[in-house]
Design a protein around this ligand. Structure first.
Ligand SMILES: Cc1cc2nc3c(=O)[nH]c(=O)nc-3n(C[C@H](O)[C@H](O)[C@H](O)COP(=O)(O)OP(=O)(O)OC[C@H]3O[C@@H](n4cnc5c(N)ncnc54)[C@H](O)[C@@H]3O)c2cc1C
Ligand code: SF4
Length: 441
């Protein structure tokens, strides 16, 4: 049973979605940074996909050099503030901190990172000197973490950069997807504004670029094109009843929740299908929105769940229950609306997952959320004749260059769906790939 009441106004919403990792004040940051052992060959650096020099920025915080700390972070990761809040630090930097070996709480690296970068953003501290303009232009498609990170890096290298995004706001799933108890919309947009002003790339929102003609024009006007297009909408699971009212995709549900807050469609009893992190988020968020009961169903065992353990614990901590080895068969409806979901129990049979005969059962519910993965943007890649693998991921070489030499790509569209920090890391490399390509290196 969920302990949360349905929020009636934005104040209630903020209470239900209180930040899990709130900002530290200066004293907290000083004490926490003083605990760091400044390890040689620090494992926390190795665990960070962007390779931030974590002991260095922690030492800078402990000596009061906050601008220096922010510079250290942003040098490696252009989305340093967002990543400080949304990164799964439990399995990355903090998960590898040496204190774990002594059963002592690891250093709160994410919160220290947020502390330093938030101060730089609030003070609008100018941290970087760009190289002089080199006369070349790059178009970036997608203002998500990959696109924005690439845009910053390309500006540093002296390119003129135009960023195009289909949506009204920048930052892709960092805004439209990440859970509100990890980061607020204001925090996301504040870092976006800071980066845009600091690096001087131009943005064109509500501007989907999808036709051959539009790309022909870009090819004429720009020296290279970076695709940071992410993934598509929630994948269909092809069961009867999927099109009933109140059966929706997780990314679509979460996007409405992120933008409309209390106006999002929440049921009394919600069933969430899936075992990934998005399923955990959708379940936690439904519970925090006051759903009386939230049930996760996953067709394999708990051990096989792709979600991080801490994400499952977070969901359970707000009253979500989980059923394993259960597969949905049909979404049941009355008058066009969801009234339940028919499921069947599953078992492993020499590595195959098979249904157990006569084990069907029904869970009554008024909302079903399908967290069953996102489609790939194959249609667009076909328009561009860009090669992709069987899973629909853009095929790139070690410089993140696609099969069409003018096109580079990074982020979810290449890795199939990972974390913000992976998109940032890849995009930086893709920007450097573009630089090498345009300079015959
Ligand atoms: C529900 C959910 C929760 C998540 N939570 C976390 C989390 O807590 N922590 C974490 O680290 N990661 C999280 N992730 C993953 C993370 O958000 C993504 O890995 C990351 O945003 C990928 O960045 P990207 O730039 O590749 O793609 P996206 O963020 O998807 O950005 C792609 C952008 O391209 C735009 N676009 C697409 N096609 C076009 C076109 N033709 N023309 C113009 N614009 C276009 C889109 O509008 C979008 O803004 C979550 C993902 C989901 C779905
Ligand atoms: S592993 Fe932990 S103690 Fe060592 S440098 Fe990193 S944060 Fe500090």
């Amino acid at each position: 049973m969920s302990e949360f009441k349905r929020p009636q106004d934005d104040g209630d919403f903020q209470v239900n979605f209180t930040q899990l990792k709130p900002l530290m004040n200066a004293t907290e940051a000083y004490y926490e940074s003083s605990r760091c052992l400044f390890c040689y060959d620090a494992p926390c650096i190795q665990a960070c996909p962007t390779g931030i020099d974590i002991p260095l920025f922690i030492r800078q915080i402990s000596t009061g050099n906050i601008d220096g700390a922010a510079r250290t972070i942003y040098t490696s990761n252009h989305l340093g503030n967002i990543c400080g809040k949304v990164c799964p630090t439990e399995v990355l930097c903090e998960g590898s901190c040496v204190y774990n070996h002594q059963d002592i709480k690891p250093i709160e690296i994410g919160r220290l990172q947020s502390h330093a970068t938030t101060q730089a953003i609030l003070a609008d501290t100018k941290l970087f000197e760009k190289l002089p303009d080199n006369g070349k232009k790059v178009a970036v498609i997608g203002a998500g973490p990959a696109g924005i990170s690439a845009a910053c890096e390309l500006r540093m290298l002296g390119y003129a950069v135009d960023v195009f995004d289909a949506k009204k706001h920048p930052s892709g799933l960092a805004l439209y997807g990440t859970a509100p108890y990890k980061i607020s919309n204001d925090d996301v947009l504040r870092e976006m504004k800071y980066l845009e002003e600091q690096f001087g790339f131009k943005t064109h929102y509500s501007n989907r670029i999808s036709t051959r003609e539009e790309y022909d024009n870009l090819e004429k006007d720009y020296d290279a094109i970076l695709l940071g297009i992410g993934l598509g909408g929630t994948r269909s699971i092809r069961i009867p009843g999927e099109d009933l009212t109140n059966c929706e995709g997780a990314t679509e549900f979460i996007e409405t929740l992120k933008l409309d807050h209390i106006n999002a469609n929440i049921g009394k009893k919600v069933v969430v299908i899936g075992g990934g992190n998005t399923a955990m988020d959708a379940a936690s968020e439904s519970a925090r929105m006051g759903a009386e009961e939230v049930v996760l169903i996953y067709r394999r065992t708990k051990l096989e769940m792709p979600a991080y353990d801490f994400e499952l614990d977070l969901a359970k901590g707000v009253g979500v229950s989980a059923k394993f080895n259960v597969q949905p068969v049909e979404v049941l409806g009355e008058d066009g609306k969801v009234v339940g979901i028919k499921c069947i129990r599953m078992k492993e049979d020499y590595g195959d997952l098979i249904p157990i005969p006569d084990s069907e059962f029904v869970i009554d519910c008024d909302v079903v959320i399908r967290a069953t993965g996102q489609d790939k943007q194959r249609g667009l890649l076909d328009v561009l004749s860009i090669k992709y693998d069987k899973a629909g991921r853009i095929a790139v070489n070690e410089h993140f260059q696609s099969s069409q030499e003018k096109y580079f790509a990074a982020g979810d569209a290449v890795n199939g769906g990972a974390e913000v920090v992976n998109a940032c890391a890849e995009a930086k490399q893709a920007a450097r790939g573009i630089h090498a390509f345009l300079n015959d290196k």
